[in-house]
Design a binder for this molecule. Sequence first.
Ligand code: AMP
Ligand code: MN
Ligand code: MN
Ligand code: MN
Length: 283
Amino acid sequence: MSILNADLHCHSVVSDGTLVPEDLAARAAANGVELWALTDHDEIGGQHRAAAAARANGMKYLTGTEISVTFAGETVHIVGLGFDPDDEDMQRGLVRTRGGRGARALEIAEGLAKVGIQGAYEGALKYVGNPELISRTHFGRYLVEAGVCKDTNEVFRHYLTDGKPGFVPHRWASLGDAVRWIADAGGLAVIAHPARYKFTANEEYALFSEFKAHGGRGVEVVTGSHTPAEYVKYADVAKEFGLAASRGSDFHSPDESHTDLGQLPYLPGELTPVWELLADRIR
Ligand code: AMP
Ligand code: MN
Ligand code: MN
Ligand code: MN
């Protein structure tokens, strides 16, 4: 059944969102979400809170995370759903994936200092909810506060993306490791927002083929990062590769996110929704 208000992608203060899991759950429920997953970047520390908050708000829950992966020189995000949040191999893998963020943040600040933006590390830290998870988003918020840019989008465009002064190349997890951590913990791996990557057609084909070969089983079709034309394109890709389809807003903050929780169109009816494959993992 595709006619389900499932929102299986969003972020809390445990990564780079601005709401605590309890407030996200209340907001999702108020927006009509029936099945919810909190998917913090490289981190599952909010999962027990989120599951309890989902229950308190009358929603079904799937555990979630969004793992940063390096593939063909680009950062790709792999969403994991329905895994055991106490799985130790997965926790160890995520600790390792988070590990480089502190040093990277200092380098980002050095790059920004070179173009005259002082104190960005300390400024970004004020927005960080989890000391192990300082992200570019936190720098974005500080640069808006400091009046350098009008919104975080502009910060990314001018300062934090490849070739810009605050961009630091980084090596994240491998695709195979991320998919295995999720699958071995009983979950289902999903390629997040595929239209966002700057891949050639061949590279994208390689991503989907290798993802499948490693045991990946889903792809986000309806996401806050896709246009309606991209829903159609990736519905076809899902069918071509025999992948189940996911739906999620990628909500981060009431002040920043264009797509609120639970407000996207339903998944196209001809696709297999990921939650059909995860029926026994729904709480
Ligand atoms: P990081 O994991 O530190 O590289 O940060 C990645 C995060 O930055 C993403 O998950 C988004 O939340 C945010 N981000 C990436 N690109 C943009 C953009 N153009 N505008 C606003 N936020 C962005
Ligand atoms: Mn994010
Ligand atoms: Mn992402
Ligand atoms: Mn996300």
